[in-house]
Ligand binder design. Structure first.
Ligand SMILES: [Zn+2]
Length: 125
């Protein structure tokens, strides 16, 4: 699998090298990346169960099904990105509260609303 703006190296699970990103999710991310036209380095993409547990991910994390990325984007670039999220079907936005000002991490996913999960929504972690 190859994606224009995202490398296999940054998308694969760091513990086992598996990279089962969802094609529709990656289409959405590519659309967003082109529209916003800012770098979106991925700090976490696909996660196997073991790695997800190791990094404290939720048991039902979108990373486990290749439908989430954490990206290093900050300051006005985040602002620029926010208004385009729904256009590209990105429904979950998590702002990591820790980290240096230029190393802010934002989680993006495209999960649907279910009985137990509100979408679209924004949270901090
Ligand atoms: Zn792994």
């Amino acid at each position: 699998m190859e994606f224009a703006f995202f490398t296999e190296n940054e998308l694969k699970c760091p513990c086992c090298g598996e990279m089962k990103m969802d094609i529709r999710f990656m289409d959405r991310m590519s659309g967003l990346r082109i529209c916003v036209n800012e770098p979106m380095p991925v700090t976490s993409g696909y996660r196997c169960k073991k790695h997800n547990k190791a990094v404290g991910g939720r048991p039902n994390s979108a990373h486990l099904i290749g439908r989430a990325v954490d990206i290093n984007i900050y300051h006005n670039k985040v602002y620029k990105m926010l208004s385009h999220l729904l256009t590209y079907g990105l429904t979950g936005v998590g702002f990591k509260q820790t980290g240096a000002a230029n190393h802010r991490i934002i989680h993006l996913d495209d999960l649907e609303q279910t009985e137990n999960r509100m979408r679209p929504t924004v949270w901090t972690y």
